[in-house]
Design a protein around this ligand. Structure first.
Ligand code: ZN
Length: 551
């Protein structure tokens, strides 16, 4: 694929066609500006995988030409991959103060705190990241300090919205900067690249005030302990909960590392100045049940999270009992439904009441619904609209909405497509390499490499191991030792072992004189024998390991 230096290009490497792992590139004059670098969470088809990272292969020969990485906000799907992939990029990183405070805490855990140059950017102050100039525009989202980016380049303006909503009463942090949005639209915008998360939701997204009122209603009825889980970085929600706790005479206890990290970052960035003293989790037993409001991280049923351990009754300090209540003040991210249902089910089974956003108005979205998107298009009036941040269905819905808003050129894009924004006309000019990676120990490896493939096969088909002791002439000296795991149940396994022993004795007796000295060939015949027996008896294709000892 070829492009000219004066071409202004846009390339989504992640997030266009999926929820998560947002990575976007802009090109001009041989330089690349990266916007966001997020992760995705593994699903059930990825055993042993703790993080999914974007593949940045496309940048391999452009590393020296990366002008910088600008982060729109502090959510994992926008900055979570920085600690894993920054060593490859080695470029300056820009963001608002809360975003960088969260990132700094993560970098510390990865031993990168002093290495990554972090450049705080205040709102409404253009910063030169040559040949680009980038200005942060205040937008409300479900995290403090979120920003849309005004990218000025090639005499044009691009508005990269990041995640946003309109909320006249966000409870913490500022409202979306409507005046600046109007001025931007009046000055002329070439392209708007934006959030499709709620492009299928009619109406407008409710205010955080609605969630706060719903939480107050729900909590004031409760007589036992109340535990709530929400996104740890939703500091406005934490703030609402602190206020609600005060109104109903409860004290607040935070449980979970992610929550404490978010609170620290918020304090560092000048938020939470008037918070009351919080209870220490060590004091759980001594707090009267009706006086406790517990906030725990893990709203998505994450296996090791505090809420999951509390739900399963395995948390070392916090134990709920019949008559207590748990509120899920969050939405389910697609793919996490069954993990969340498992936690809720375990709670209900122990007599603990569970309330989620379907039962009561205790959560509001941080993303724009269709009415909000229309209002944004009316202010910005871009020449080109590029919906990102969504599955193909959401992106398609956003494309249709932008077309109905009379945007002259609407691009329905997928990860890896390269589009020329300027000079006109806008046009798709090629494809960039994309993919997914993960980490194994300290290495970053392709997601669908041999490690994951092996684990998936083990999960689906189980494993058989066999040890054979042979003499110099390839004859069995003792009965083979055979062990299976996960291929069939224990009852059937003893029949299998008996049949396998006979089959292996027969196979060894029939070994041709030419191959019985060759361990590799003997292994292959033995493995084949065991595999076909496993197929016959259990209908499975297990991973087979053979050990041959010679005496
Ligand atoms: Zn977000």
């Amino acid at each position: 694929m070829n492009w000219k230096p004066n071409e202004l290009l846009f390339v989504p490497l992640g997030g266009a066609g999926e929820i998560g792992m947002n990575v976007n590139l802009y090109h001009y004059q041989g330089k690349w500006l990266m916007v966001d670098l997020g992760i995705n969470f593994p699903d059930e088809s990825m055993p042993g995988v703790d993080v999914v990272l974007p593949d940045l292969r496309f940048l391999d020969d452009k590393i020296d030409d990366i002008a910088g990485l600008v982060l729109t906000h502090g959510h994992e799907d926008h900055l979570g991959a920085v600690p894993y992939l920054w060593r490859k990029l080695r470029c300056p990183v820009y963001g608002t103060p809360f975003t960088l405070a969260l990132l700094r805490a993560k970098l510390k855990e990865h031993g990168l705190a002093s290495k990554v140059p972090l450049n705080p950017m205040p709102y409404n102050t253009p910063t030169d990241i040559a040949p680009f100039s980038v200005e942060m525009l205040a937008l409300t989202h479900s995290i403090p300090d979120a920003a849309g980016l005004i990218i000025s380049v090639a005499g044009k303006q691009i508005f990269h919205t990041g995640d946003w909503k309109f909320d006249p009463s966000p409870q913490l942090g500022g409202v979306s900067d409507i005046e600046r949005l109007k001025a931007l639209g009046d000055a002329g915008v070439l392209a708007m690249v934006g959030d499709s998360t709620n492009a299928m939701v009619e109406g407008t997204t409710p205010s955080e005030e609605t969630a706060k009122a719903g939480l107050l209603e729900a909590i004031k009825k409760e007589k036992g302990r109340v535990a709530i889980t929400c996104f740890a970085s939703n500091v406005a929600r934490l703030n609402s909960l602190i206020e609600v706790a005060g109104q109903v005479g409860r004290e607040v206890m935070l449980v979970g590392r992610a929550l404490n990290r978010a609170v620290l970052a918020a304090e560092e960035s000048g938020y939470l100045k008037d918070w009351p003293r919080l209870l220490d989790v060590e004091d759980f037993e001594s707090v009267p049940r009706e006086k406790l409001l517990l906030i725990a991280s893990g709203s998505q049923g994450e296996a090791r999270s505090s809420m999951t351990r509390i739900g399963m009754g395995t948390h070392h300090l916090v134990g709920l009992e019949s008559g207590d209540c748990v509120l899920f003040s969050s939405r389910e991210i697609p793919g996490n439904e069954s993990a969340i249902a498992k936690v809720a089910g375990a709670l209900v089974a122990r007599g603990i009441k569970v309330i989620d956003a379907d039962d009561a108005p205790i959560h509001v979205s941080g993303h724009p619904a269709r009415g909000d998107l229309v209002a944004m298009y009316q202010m910005i009036r871009p020449q080109i609209a590029i919906p990102v941040h969504g599955t193909p269905r959401y992106i398609q819905a956003h494309v249709e909405l932008a077309q109905n808003c009379q945007v002259p050129y609407v691009a329905e894009m997928q990860n890896g497509q390269v589009i020329r924004l300027h000079p006109a006309p806008p046009k798709r000019i090629g494809e960039a390499e994309i993919g997914m990676q993960t980490r194994e120990g300290k290495d970053i490896v392709p997601l669908y490499g041999s490690g994951l493939k092996g684990r998936r096969k083990l999960m689906e088909h189980g494993t058989i191991s066999a040890s054979l002791v042979l003499d110099g002439k390839g004859r069995l000296v003792a009965s083979p030792l055979i062990h299976q795991s996960g291929v069939m149940d224990d009852e059937k396994a003893s029949d299998f072992t008996a049949e396998a022993m006979l089959a292996l004795e027969d196979a060894c007796a029939e070994l041709n004189k030419n191959i019985r000295d060759n361990d590799a060939q003997v292994e292959s015949i033995v493995a084949k024998t065991l595999r076909s027996l496993a197929k016959k008896m259990a209908g499975r294709r297990p991973v087979v390991h053979i050990h041959i000892l010679r005496v």
